[in-house]
Design a protein around this ligand. Structure first.
Ligand code: FE2
Length: 322
């Protein structure tokens, strides 16, 4: 095993002066053509501004951490996410990567302990930071969409849906104040899956009728969890309750039709299906954007709000031209 397999890079600008990072920081060095990692700051010590300036003076942009310390680093970064997003020295791709890693880490915790008020609070902070990043960066869409994971896990799917949904909603001109409640709802849209037996969730073969009836319950179960959590706006529940409703009335749980589905429910349903199609599943390869949209248009006709679906196609087209 190569020594570099045990370390991973972190962006120097995500480390703030006079803070305790919580994990050891290394600099990478080459000695006789071999990679070496030299301890630069002990994780329990405060990293002084002089130490950071020293690195900047030598044009060092990356530090390294032990791979097993990734969670500690992500917790540290999470606490200063808003500062990182406002930091002009960090480019949008790096910001997007940091936000995405932190988001996945938070959602792993949420899915392990869905009733924890602390994790919900962390998730809401994350949504605020993500919106900040989207609003303050004109070209955020392309950079962010490109880093979304192609592998399907419920937690990464949740992050993808929230981020893609927020970008699309910004494109639609949805007001800033509304983005917060929408983003929270999108992030939690599948939280009810934590209450469904993992054998059903992870089943590779087609579900039988009984299993399908069971899995459909994730919608109401998710809404139930969230109604018991303080600080969740009622409007955030629309993406949760309605992301499997279809405009033609063939969805679940309530077979709602057309405008009986809230706009946020309609957005959630488009993004949910699109992300499921464009990520790799145990039973299917990831589809390319064009073929995913084709399937949605031809094989799922009537499922989506026509106007929103057309705008979604334009939104994706617009970003690929850039
Ligand atoms: Fe779902």
């Amino acid at each position: 095993m190569n020594i570099s397999d045990n370390y991973m890079p972190v962006i120097l600008d995500t480390i703030l002066a006079d803070t305790i990072v919580g994990c050891d920081l290394y600099i990478q060095n080459f000695v006789n053509g071999e990679i070496r990692y030299i301890l630069y700051c002990n994780g329990t010590n405060t990293i002084r501004s002089e130490k950071i300036e020293e690195l900047q003076k030598h044009k060092i942009e990356m530090l390294f951490i032990h791979k097993e310390d990734q969670n500690k680093y992500l917790k540290y970064v999470e606490s200063s996410l808003k500062n990182i997003i406002r930091d002009n020295r960090i480019n949008i791709i790096e910001k997007a990567q940091v936000v995405y890693q932190v988001a996945k880490n938070i959602m792993l915790d949420v899915f392990n302990d869905p009733r924890s008020g602390i994790h919900v609070y962390r998730a809401k902070n994350l949504i605020e930071a993500t919106i900040d990043m989207i609003i303050t960066n004109k070209n955020a869409s392309l950079a962010i969409i490109n880093i979304l994971s192609f592998d399907y896990y419920t937690y990464s799917h949740s992050v993808n849906v929230a981020i893609l949904g927020l970008l699309f909603s910004k494109y639609l001109g949805i007001k800033f104040e509304e983005l917060n409640v929408l983003g929270t709802g999108l992030l939690f849209h599948d939280i009810g899956k934590t209450q469904i037996e993992s054998e059903i969730i992870n089943k590779k073969e087609k579900l039988n009728e009984k299993e399908f009836t069971r899995i459909k319950m994730h919608v109401e179960l998710g809404a139930n969890i969230l109604t018991k959590v303080r600080d969740i706006d009622d409007v955030s529940l629309f993406p949760v309750r309605q992301h499997h409703e279809k405009c033609n009335g063939k969805g679940y749980p309530n077979r709602l039709q057309g405008d009986d589905i809230h706009k946020f429910g309609k957005i959630a349903s488009i993004i949910d299906v699109y992300d499921a199609l464009t990520t790799r599943r145990s039973y299917a390869d990831a589809k390319k954007p064009f073929s995913a949209l084709n399937i949605m248009k031809n094989e799922m006709e009537g499922s989506f709000d026509d106007e929103l679906f057309t705008k979604f196609i334009l939104f994706l087209g617009q970003r690929s031209e850039k």
